[in-house]
Design a protein around this ligand. Structure first.
Ligand SMILES: Nc1nc2c(c(=O)[nH]1)N[C@H]1C(S)=C(S)[C@@H](COP(=O)(O)OP(=O)(O)OC[C@H]3O[C@@H](n4cnc5c(=O)[nH]c(N)nc54)[C@H](O)[C@@H]3O)O[C@H]1N2
Ligand SMILES: Nc1nc2c(c(=O)[nH]1)N[C@H]1C(S)=C(S)[C@@H](COP(=O)(O)OP(=O)(O)OC[C@H]3O[C@@H](n4cnc5c(=O)[nH]c(N)nc54)[C@H](O)[C@@H]3O)O[C@H]1N2
Ligand code: SF4
Ligand SMILES: [Mo]
Length: 673
């Protein structure tokens, strides 16, 4: 086995652990045992040494005075944030005796793990935790907060989460950035598009907000939230009507193109313009541009699927490249996500056999507030949170916090900081950072896997996720040897059957997934083809052909779109002063006509509210959004004072497909504060 011992000084390869499609290769500069500088790895074939500003300032976070180094026990009321230091021994004892008690009285399903991708490491995010909670027989969590609506919708059309190789998009002549704020959220796709632009490529941005990405594009198309399905159908109408479709491609590789041709007749540009707010002539121009440019590439963002109709929206847009045969063009096609391109053994990693045929219940993370308050048979009596900050990031946060406040709920939070969620914990456990861990990373955008070996010692008494689960397993007296495998053993077992070569990984810290070239010949859809018409959808109660379904009507007049911002990564970094300063503060973008009608001037404080909660922030009036739409960015920490969390306003309804979150389908009233 190779030597992975930690050196005091030097330059070390690493990988960005954050939930970001780019998954950059990093180099860490170490002096006297500490990381002094975080930079990009010039050798990484996709990210090529460029990284974002937020991670350039990662050392702020690693050595932040507020980072926790010891287990803590709550001494004040839930939510107040008063804790005292305890030992690991005591913390583990408190947790395991509470759980043993619960298991006896209410069964193990009264315990719920809650996690997401604060650290994307496969072992940290979905490795030993799965083994442990399977063995425990705890409730399972449906991890649906991010992209599950879109993933489900895309899979109805294409069969799974795979698309164009982003490295090939340099050859594209047209980019449609559709509901993605790529300048902030996928910067290397922007770099690749810039290269293509030098060779004459055009960049179209379709968004509800003229943000950095909208300003960067050649043509910005503003659209009413939740109406993109109609725009895509209008494009199809024109493509069929004007003979811009690739008939041989559709015959060979799709099912349902004749039905679709008929079906989209009703979506003429006049009707579609009424729905979307996009002018008739722009719909024609966009469709013709798409129909006549090859290779054309669509980067499908996460924004359009955080809506009640988000699954259908992605399912529909995913049909477009098939209409013009773009999947056969180098650099053409689309990316929603490439999460299933890299293969390895999930079974070896997660050991579902440890469930031993127990059929445990599954609870949707998007409804965590409701579930904490209302769930019975048995109620959730204990919550174990890691890699996530639900008090800030989950919808209906007033409900979430009401649930977290329950005196009869035993909450453990494992994190690097006393997050908004951790303030409600009975026990807080200190987390080691990814740079202190052994793990492997698989991007959901590019096709590379990367390895991480510890570069620094654990911060104070902190522990990695898998270390904590091994400790808990031992204290509970579990005998299964899989619960004690080292990270290195888990990694080797998971990668035994992978389409990434171990020799590449060992040599470079990264390796590219080998893909079969004729993927279109046998897609993992029921028909093996691209399904423009899906019988499976029909069986599940969806329209079998792409269909526009409007967002639910509510009484509040403004559609409210609270997305992520440039300088935070979801709520990560929002507790750091440096990163907060990089942003101007929580700002509400309002159309100037709406502002005028409400007597709101630039930089006035405004109040927005609905029956779920309220929020105050500064107004920016102008033309960055359409009338009737208000937009703000960033999941701001409670520490950013004078401002309350945007998720007090978002609904915990579930999307049409994939039981996803609908953060961007909320509506609000607005007034000058
Ligand atoms: N800097 C930074 N990078 C990040 C993150 C971060 O917080 N900060 N988060 C990471 C994570 S977890 C994710 S999932 C991705 C998300 O990154 P993206 O895929 O870019 O998704 P969002 O930023 O949520 O939304 C993208 C855009 O959709 C627009 N939008 C909202 N509703 C609609 C609509 O109905 N139609 C159209 N056409 N546009 C709409 C929003 O205005 C926004 O500009 O980014 C990752 N990268
Ligand atoms: N209004 C609104 N809400 C949203 C969104 C939006 O666009 N608008 N976006 C949604 C989306 S797409 C997503 S993906 C979610 C993301 O929501 P979360 O997954 O909760 O992401 P973060 O807020 O970054 O929280 C991650 C936490 O993990 C911790 N952490 C990091 N590394 C480790 C580790 O190794 N071990 C442990 N135990 N902890 C660690 C970090 O310190 C941080 O507190 O938010 C969703 N919420
Ligand atoms: S957050 Fe994204 S862009 Fe920034 S370093 Fe990490 S992977 Fe790269
Ligand atoms: Mo996400």
């Amino acid at each position: 086995m190779e030597d992975h011992s930690i050196q005091r000084n030097g330059v070390f390869k690493s990988v960005c652990p954050l939930d970001c499609p780019d998954q950059c290769g990093l180099v860490l500069y170490k002096k006297d045992g500490k990381i002094k500088k975080v930079d990009g790895d010039l050798d990484h074939p996709v990210t090529k040494g460029a990284i974002c500003n937020k991670v350039r300032h990662m050392t702020e976070r690693l050595y932040d005075k507020k980072r926790i180094g010891h287990p803590l026990k709550r001494v004040g009321p839930k939510g107040e944030g008063r804790f005292k230091r305890i030992s690991w021994e005591e913390a583990v004892k408190i947790i395991t005796s509470a759980w043993q008690d619960l298991i006896k009285k209410e069964g193990p399903e009264s315990i719920l793990p809650y996690s997401f991708y604060g650290n994307m490491g496969r072992i940290s995010a979905e490795g030993m935790d799965r083994r442990f909670f399977h063995r425990l027989g705890a409730s399972r969590l449906k991890r649906t907060i991010c992209s599950s609506a879109g993933a489900a919708g895309y899979a109805f059309t294409m069969g799974g989460s795979f698309g164009t190789d982003p490295e090939e998009t340099v050859h594209a002549k047209l980019f449609i950035m559709w509901g993605i704020n790529a300048v902030s959220t996928n910067m290397h796709q922007v770099t690749l598009a810039q290269q293509a632009r030098k060779n004459g490529a055009k960049i179209v941005v379709i968004d509800v907000h003229k943000n950095q990405t909208g300003r960067w594009g050649d043509w910005f198309i503003p659209i009413k939230p939740g109406t993109d399905t109609a725009l895509a159908l209008g494009m199809m109408h024109v493509l069929f009507e004007e003979g811009l479709t690739d008939e041989p491609f559709m015959k060979k590789y799709t099912v349902g193109h004749e039905e679709l041709r008929d079906h989209v007749k009703v979506y003429n540009p006049y009707t579609v313009s009424e729905i979307t707010g996009v002018p008739v002539e722009d719909i024609y121009e966009l469709a013709r541009l798409y129909g006549k440019t090859t290779p054309s590439f669509i980067r499908i963002g996460n924004g359009i699927q955080h809506h009640d109709n988000g699954g259908m929206c992605i399912r529909t847009i995913a049909c477009l490249p098939a209409l013009t045969g773009q999947w056969l063009q180098k650099g053409g096609g689309a990316i929603k996500g490439n999460g299933s391109v890299i293969q390895f053994s999930q079974y070896a990693l997660q050991r579902p056999d440890l469930l031993e045929k127990k059929t445990t219940r599954a609870i949707n993370m998007n409804s965590i507030g409701k579930e904490l308050i209302d769930r019975e048979d048995p109620p959730i009596r204990s919550l174990y949170v890691y890699n996530s900050n639900p008090a800030l990031v989950a919808p209906e946060s007033n409900k979430v916090r009401k649930g977290l406040k329950r005196e009869d709920l035993f909450t453990v939070v494992h994190d690097m900081f006393i997050t908004e969620t951790a303030k409600y914990a009975d026990i807080i456990l200190p987390a080691a950072s990814s740079f202190e861990s052994t793990d492997f990373y698989t991007s959901y955008w590019h096709h590379y896997m990367q390895l991480q070996y510890p570069v620094v010692e654990h911060y104070k008494e902190s522990k990695t996720n898998s270390e904590v689960f091994r400790l808990l397993a031992e204290a509970l007296g579990f005998k299964e040897k899989e619960l004690y495998d080292s990270d290195e053993v888990m990694l080797r077992e998971a990668l035994k059957h992978s389409n990434v070569e171990w020799t590449d990984l060992k040599e470079n810290h990264y390796g590219k997934a080998l893909r079969s070239t004729n993927i279109l010949d046998d897609l993992p859809t029921p028909s093996g083809k691209i399904e423009l018409l899906s019988k499976r959808m029909e069986k599940l109660g969806h329209p079998p052909l792409p269909t526009y379904v409007p967002l639910p009507e509510e009484e509040e007049p403004f559609l409210f779109v609270p997305g992520p911002n440039h300088s935070f990564l979801n709520s990560t970094f929002s507790n750091n002063e440096k990163h907060r300063k990089l942003e101007k503060g929580p700002i509400l973008h309002i159309h100037e006509d709406d502002a005028y009608a409400k007597g709101i001037k630039n930089w006035d404080m405004v109040k927005i509210w609905n029956n779920r909660g309220q929020c105050k922030m500064k107004a920016a009036a102008g033309q960055n959004v359409l009338p009737g739409v208000v937009v703000c960015q960033g999941l701001w920490s409670d520490e950013a004072r004078g401002f309350s969390n945007v998720n007090t306003l978002t609904p915990d309804r579930l999307s049409d497909m994939g039981e996803g979150a609908v953060f961007f389908s909320s509506r609000v009233h607005m007034e000058k504060a």
